[in-house]
Design a protein around this ligand. Structure first.
Ligand SMILES: Nc1ncnc2c1ncn2[C@@H]1O[C@H](COP(=O)(O)OP(=O)(O)OP(=O)(O)O)[C@@H](O)[C@H]1O
Ligand SMILES: [Mg+2]
Length: 274
């Protein structure tokens, strides 16, 4: 079975609009190690920005700058067109920038609704301010169904859901708690084809609902299915920055794989001469 995602006929136009998030010539060094150098990119509302790169390319370092974990050492970060310095992930969240990490911080044995509200529980309005389980159940159910996630029972432990469903719950949660920019750190990396399809459809739904989505992936097929704009990192440098119309899947795959290097490897493995 193949996972396909229907692309909207019209691409979201970003011309002239102020990006939600913008990086201008951003660099990051750890002591004398340069993890990122001269990165410029824009995240627009209603668009998916795919960030591709191999291991060690600098993807996580880039997310951590946008998510407020650590500041860049060079260049500028702008939110809504204004230069900003985050001192913690809380600052970034305050601006509506939420990150969903691959190893989601969930409590597997707790029900879906408890995980949805973890750390931000609804309490009853009267003493002894007990948890309002009914309100949380109902909200979880309606928030999930709003985004097309059909979970018949939010009382099941979250650990019993598939990887794709867990990712979707985590994204719905970020949306509910006020995110405008969703940073998804390799959400499909550990998933099979069908489950990846579930997450990719959900990414498209989030984009169509007007969120700015930053989708980090190793997989050019996944990036090409949902991305409007692609940035390829290679050893900390920006190798490619183009829109969906500018690049074919074949070209993106080749760029990602290192093009000529991959061809040379293929010849070597097959024992070709010359
Ligand atoms: N805290 C740190 N201290 C020193 N060097 C670091 C630190 N974090 C990352 N680096 C280095 O920065 C470079 C980029 O790392 P980063 O984790 O951003 O890559 P990545 O693209 O996320 O890779 P992966 O796909 O393996 O997750 C690597 O050379 C890494 O060793
Ligand atoms: Mg990483």
């Amino acid at each position: 079975m193949t996972a396909t995602v229907d692309r909207p006929v019209e691409e979201a136009p970003s011309g002239g609009k102020v990006p939600l998030v913008e990086l201008k010539n951003v660099g990051k060094s750890y002591g004398n190690i340069t993890a990122l150098k001269d990165i410029s990119l824009r995240v627009h509302a209603g668009e998916v920005t795919g960030i591709l790169g191999d291991n060690g390319a600098g993807k996580s370092t880039l997310i951590k700058i946008i998510a407020g974990y650590h500041p860049q050492t060079d260049g500028e970060l702008l939110v809504d067109g204004e230069p900003i310095k985050f001192t913690s992930p809380k600052d970034a969240l305050g601006k509506g920038i939420a990150t969903v990490y691959q190893n989601l911080a969930v409590v597997p044995l707790m029900p879906v609704w408890r995980n949805f509200f973890l750390g931000q529980e609804i309490r009853q309005t009267r003493f002894p301010w007990a948890l309002d389980a009914n309100a949380m159940r109902a909200t979880t159910l309606s928030e999930l169904s709003k985004m097309g996630i059909d979970l018949p029972d939010v009382d099941v432990p979250i650990g019993s859901l598939s990887g794709g469903q867990k990712q979707c719950v985590a994204i719905a949660r970020a949306v509910f708690f006020g995110a405008r920019v969703l940073i998804l750190d390799e959400p499909t990396a550990a998933l099979g084809v069908k489950q990846s399809g579930v997450v990719l459809k959900y990414i498209t739904a989030a984009k169509e609902a007007g969120f700015g989505v930053v989708f980090i992936t190793h997989n050019p097929h996944h990036a090409h299915m949902v991305g409007d704009h692609f940035v390829l990192l290679n050893r900390g440098k920006q190798k490619l920055d183009c829109t969906y119309d500018d690049i074919t899947l074949e070209h993106l795959t080749q760029e990602m794989a290192g093009g000529d290097e991959l061809e040379a490897l293929s010849h070597e493995l097959r024992g070709d001469k010359g």
